[in-house]
Design a binder for this molecule. Structure first.
Ligand code: PBG
Length: 325
């Protein structure tokens, strides 16, 4: 054959392949989620998310050191409180589980970026992401609570807050409250395009945050929509979001790409619990190669346009990137 152009020339060996590689994962891209529980001496594997643990505050030191040694620079904290009530008051308790966790982590390593999830579903007895009225979740009343939670986290030392509730106007409200209290340098990573997804199942087991009635479809987005994601992202940017997030990641790579093509703020993607659990299950069954599939999946998220990846695989991937260097 007289072929002038042969794409295989650039695949001929490892060094050529790495020379022309367009997308490379870096530990700098990663955020690792952590689940904090009350009590002492607890490091318990989360059954729905093997390889991830519930930590009591006193057990964080070893974990934080390990994360830092791997080069991971940011963690995302979720609290699992003992006490739940209609207004989720443990969420804005200055001595609540997340607030204590922030202070402890900063004591262990003041440089690690501490990001906190701002939501109410783990804290309310009904398991919804806001305050309930006769019609459902009351948007505007919930905003007051979200402001209080964000302020409480900022006071405890959070570097960044990440509202995941999907109420309208929450980014603006949180920005206003933080600024009014002198926290102008605390940034906001908004869960902007957060879909009403079945992929959150394992997380809801881990965080005990399943809604006790109904579902989250009046506030989280319909998986069928993508223009709506652009509107949500645009609104969050106008309201002051520093980083916008798409969640879940894998079934929504098209949304990541679309947001990347339309906006110029940093984009985060959340490789959520169901994506993790699904891949883990396939690995455990011996159906797929562990390292290869995790690299492939996370690379696809970055290739689609994500600058930041929140993933339960963060420690694995950081280890492997370290070994390759
Ligand atoms: C809280 C919240 C959820 C997740 C992150 N923050 C659950 C939900 O909305 O039901 C899911 C994360 C994951 O599945 O890994 N609202």
């Amino acid at each position: 054959m007289n072929l002038i152009v042969r794409p295989r020339r650039l695949r001929i060996n490892k060094n050529i392949r790495s020379l022309i590689r367009e997308t490379k994962l870096s530990v700098d891209d990663l955020i690792y989620p952590l689940f904090l529980v009350e009590g002492e001496n607890i490091k318990e594997e989360i059954s729905s998310m093997p390889g991830n643990y519930h930590f009591s505050i006193d057990m964080l030191e070893e974990e934080i050191r390990e994360i830092s040694n791997l080069g991971i620079k940011a963690v995302l904290l979720f609290g699992v409180p003992n006490e739940k009530n209609p207004t989720g008051s443990e969420a804005y308790n200055d001595d609540g589980i997340v607030q204590k966790g922030i202070r402890e982590i900063k004591k262990i390593n003041k440089d690690i970026l501490v990001i906190t999830d701002i939501c109410m579903c783990q804290y309310t007895d009904h398991g919804h992401c806001g305050i309930i009225n006769e019609e459902g979740v009351d948007n505007d009343i919930t905003l007051e609570y979200l402001g209080k939670i964000a302020l409480s986290h900022a006071k405890a030392g959070a570097d960044m807050v990440a509202p995941s509730d999907m109420m309208d106007g929450r980014v603006g409200k949180i920005r206003e409250v933080l600024d009014a209290n002198g926290f102008t340098n605390v940034s906001i990573m908004a869960y902007s395009a957060k879909y009403a997804s079945a992929f959150y199942g394992p997380f809801r087991d881990a965080a005990h945050s399943k809604p006790q009635f109904g579902d989250r479809k009046t506030y989280q987005m319909d998986p069928s929509n993508s223009n709506e994601a652009l509107r949500e992202v645009e609104l969050d940017i106008i309201e002051g979001a520093d980083i916008v997030m798409i969640k879940p990641a894998l079934p929504y790579l098209d949304i990541i790409k679309k947001v990347k093509d339309n906006f110029n703020v940093p984009i985060a993607a959340y490789n959520v619990s169901g994506e993790y659990a699904m891949i883990k299950a396939a690995i455990e069954k011996g159906l797929v190669d562990e390292k290869a599939i995790i690299f492939e999946v996370l690379t696809s998220i970055k290739r689609a346009g994500a600058d930041i990846i929140i993933t339960y695989f963060a420690k694995d991937i950081a280890k492997w990137i370290g070994e390759e260097m």
